[in-house]
Design a binder for this molecule. Structure first.
Ligand code: ADP
Length: 320
C-alpha cells in the first residue's frame, strides 16, 4: 500500500504457553506455541490495522525461524529486513502460568539468533525509508545486536524518521537492575516518542509514585510525546504544550499479553501520515482513545498476535 512505512526493530520468538496453570514447567501437560516478541507484535498490529509495516531482526535458519517469518508475511508485514542465522537457533521462551495468573518466563537464549544481528547485516535501504522507526526491548542487552540496534536508530533518524521507543523491560534478561536502568536511559534522549507502562515508570524513576511529577522526570526537551500506559486505567500523555489522561474501555479481560504492543501499534498507524496530531490535543486524545480500544481488545483474547484487532473490531468498540 502507499502509506508511509513503520519499521519495527528487535526480536521475534515463540512463547511456549502451558495448557494448565499453577504447575511447574516440568509438570505442564502440554504447551501451545504462541509467536510473539514485542517489536514483531507491533509490526503485525500496524499491518492488521491497515498500515504499512516492516520488521527488522534476526531469526534462526530453523523450523521456528521460518514459521515466524511466515507469520509476518501472512500478516502483510514486509519481511525484507529479516536475517537468518545459520548457526544459532530462534529464540524461545517457556512460560509458567502461576496460580495467581502471573507469568514467569524461562528463555532459550544461548545465544539465540536474535542476539546475533550484526550492523553490517542491516537492510539500510529499508530502514532509511521508514517514516517511523520503533524499537525497544531486549536488543540493547548484548552485542552484536546492541550495535545493530544503535546503528539502525542512527540511520533511521538521519533519514528523518520519527523514533518511537518502548523499553519493554524484561528484567530477568538483564545482568542487573542497575544495568537495565542505565542502558535503557542511555538511549532515552534519542527518541521522539516514548511509551512506558506504570511498572516501567516506577522502575526507571525509582519512585513508587505514578503521578505527573514522576512521569515528567522522564521527559526530555526534544520529546514530542511521552506516554504512560496504565492497563485498565487507560493512559497518560505529555507533550511540550499539554498533558492529560484518556480512560480505558471496559472489556472482559482474559489475557493482557500484547496490550501495550497493540496500543503503540495503533497510535503509530494513526500518526505516521500526520504528525501534526502531536500538536493538537483534541485530535491526539481521539487517537489515544483508538489506541486504548486496540489495547483493550487485545486483552479479550488469549495470546498477542491472534488478539490484535482489525479496524472493524476497533470501530465496534469505539462506537459501543
Ligand atoms: P503493557 O502491555 O505495556 O504493560 P498496559 O497493560 O498498560 O501496557 O496496556 C496498554 C493499553 O492497553 C492500556 O493503556 C489500555 O488502554 C489497554 N489495556 C490494558 N489492559 C487493559 C484492561 N484490563 N482493560 C482495558 N484496557 C486495557
Amino acid at each position: 500500500n502507499d502509506k508511509s512505512l513503520i519499521v519495527s526493530f528487535g526480536e521475534m520468538l515463540i512463547d511456549f504457553v502451558p495448557t494448565a496453570s499453577g504447575v511447574s514447567l516440568a509438570e505442564a501437560p502440554g504447551f501451545l506455541k504462541a509467536p510473539g516478541g514485542a517489536p514483531a507484535n507491533v509490526a503485525i498490529a500496524v499491518a492488521r490495522l491497515g498500515g504499512k509495516a516492516a520488521f527488522v531482526g534476526k531469526l534462526g535458519d530453523d523450523e521456528f525461524g521460518h514459521m515466524l517469518a511466515g507469520i509476518l508475511k501472512e500478516n502483510n508485514v514486509i519481511a525484507t529486513g529479516i536475517n537468518f542465522d545459520t548457526g544459532a537457533r530462534t529464540a524461545l521462551a517457556f512460560v509458567t502460568l502461576r496460580a495467581d495468573g502471573e507469568r514467569e518466563f524461562m528463555f532459550y537464549r544461548n545465544p539465540s539468533a536474535d542476539m546475533l544481528l550484526k550492523p553490517e547485516e542491516l537492510n539500510l535501504e529499508l530502514i532509511r525509508s521508514a517514516k517511523v522507526f520503533h524499537y525497544g526491548s531486549i536488543s540493547l542487552i548484548v552485542e552484536p545486536c546492541r550495535s545493530a540496534h544503535l546503528e539502525a536508530m542512527k540511520e533511521a533518524k538521519k533519514a528523518g524518521a520519527l523514533l518511537s521507543y518502548d523499553p519493554n523491560l524484561r528484567l530477568p534478561l538483564w545482568p542487573s537492575a542497575e544495568e537495565a536502568r542505565e542502558q535503557i536511559l542511555s538511549i532515552w534522549d534519542e527518541a521522539d516518542l516514548v511509551k512506558v507502562s506504570d511498572v516501567e515508570l516506577e522502575f526507571l524513576t525509582g519512585s513508587d509514585k505514578i503521578d505527573d511529577e514522576s512521569a515528567l522526570t522522564l521527559w526530555r526537551p526534544n520529546f514530542k510525546l511521552l506516554l504512560v500506559t496504565l492497563g485498565e486505567n487507560g493512559c497518560k500523555y505529555y507533550t511540550k504544550n499539554f498533558h492529560g489522561s484518556v480512560d480505558a474501555f471496559h472489556v472482559e479481560t482474559v489475557d493482557t499479553t500484547g496490550a501495550g504492543d497493540s496500543f503503540i501499534g495503533a497510535l503509530l498507524t494513526k500518526l505516521v501520515d500526520d504528525q501534526s496530531v502531536l500538536e493538537d490535543e483534541a485530535r491526539l486524545r481521539e487517537i489515544l482513545r483508538f489506541a486504548n480500544a486496540c489495547g483493550a481488545i487485545t486483552t479479550t483474547k488469549k495470546g498477542a498476535i491472534p488478539a490484535l484487532p482489525t479496524p472493524a473490531e476497533a470501530l465496534k468498540l469505539l462506537n459501543a
